[in-house]
Design a protein around this ligand. Structure first.
Ligand code: NAD
Length: 332
């Protein structure tokens, strides 16, 4: 391999954000190795090399991290939307698996340190007490402590943030940490129980007969902000190029109530549908990215309109749904 070529390892390259990131790194001229339990589901990987394996197994991590990569992006995690994270049914597995992945990788970097490693934390690590008012959630980076996330997923993210910072201090591993806020877009999971609300709502609207209704979990007044995948990747690359060494929000500040998001999707579809609010796992009452720090540190912040991203996602899920229908018909 030409020594001058920049090399990147993307852990979680079979997942939603990882597969988009691989495409971006390839466009930028990197040689890319991906690793995951699976290949991307919705398109072929663009990685030069792909190792299928379980990163909770240190022997697999030895194979995957066998050189000093220029950059490593650690996105692999056992995760999903509210239906996966907030029911409590997956807590032990998701904490064990995600911790083991991070421990194995960082431990291996003592032998093969990269120039930089990126870790994808989550807004789920913010304390519940600051997210009780749906209209005024506080998610500035300095509000993280005293810690009190509302899910074990959030606690694991917080622990792992600290783990990366400890390796930075003690082993000079140059870590960059993003707290992602609800990333969505084409090629994200859209059925099966791990999908997030934008994809779930798009799917429900696509599947609904005209003049019927769709179900929305909770009272629908809970608020969130959603970041389109292209801006997530842009923010990730900018953070990696920066010298900022603390955890930072990568999210949108365009907060919306879930019922209003559902209405947005319905409007895009052109269908006449009612919203039926039902009991379901919802997480905190309000959450929004605070982009003060990213604007200061990276002189950049996402500014894509939510509706533009939802239109693209709705279109993609419509196509996926049609393809699935066709293949079911063929199989019948
Ligand atoms: P994803 O589930 O699509 O991708 C994660 C990938 O990790 C999956 O492909 C999965 O197969 C892989 N993985 C899980 N366990 C593994 C194991 N033991 N060995 C190897 N691979 C394993 O999720 P995503 O949306 O692409 O998220 C990527 C990262 O960003 C995750 O760490 C997630 O916690 C974080 N994050 C995502 C969001 C979001 O809204 N999508 C928000 C906050 C944080």
């Amino acid at each position: 391999m030409n020594k001058k070529i920049k090399t990147a390892l993307v852990c979680g390259a079979g997942g939603f954000i990882g597969s988009h990131l691989v495409k971006r790194l390839k466009k930028e001229g990197y040689w890319v190795r991906g690793s995951d339990l699976k290949y991307p589901v919705f398109s072929k990987t663009h990685a030069d090399d792909f190792i299928i394996g379980d990163l909770t197994d240190s022997k697999i991590v030895e194979k995957v991290v066998d050189q000093n990569f220029t950059e490593i992006y650690q996105l692999a995690a056992d995760m999903g939307g509210a239906g996966f994270v907030f029911t409590g049914e997956n807590d032990a597995d998701l904490m064990t698996n995600s911790c083991l992945i991070n421990l194995n990788i960082l431990n291996r970097l003592k032998k093969y340190p990269p120039n930089k490693i990126f870790y994808s934390s989550s807004a789920c690590m913010y304390p519940e007490r600051n997210q009780l008012d749906p209209n005024n959630p506080v998610c500035s980076e300095d509000s993280a402590y005293p810690a009190a996330p509302d899910s074990e997923y959030g606690w694991e993210k917080l622990f792992s943030e600290r783990l990366y910072l400890a390796y930075l201090r003690n082993y000079k591993i140059e870590a960059r940490i993003a707290r992602y806020h609800n990333i969505f877009g084409p090629e994200g999971t859209w059925f099966g129980g791990r999908e997030k609300s934008p994809a779930a709502l798009c799917r429900k609207v696509v599947e609904a007969q005209n003049n019927s209704s769709i179900e929305v979990w909770g009272d629908g007044k809970q608020t969130r902000s959603f970041l389109f995948i292209d801006e997530c990747i842009e923010g990730t690359r900018r953070l990696m190029q920066s010298n900022f060494k603390e955890a930072i929000n990568i999210g949108s500040e365009e907060m919306i109530a879930i019922n209003d998001l559902a209405s947005m999707v319905i409007k895009i579809s052109g269908k006449n549908l009612k919203i039926k609010n039902i009991d379901g796992p919802t997480g905190v009452r309000g959450r929004n990215s605070d982009n003060t720090l990213i604007k200061k540190q990276l002189s950049w912040a996402p500014n894509c309109k939510l509706e533009d991203g939802i239109k693209k996602t709705y279109q993609w899920i419509t196509e996926q749904h049609q393809m699935l229908q066709k293949s079911h018909k063929k199989a019948a």
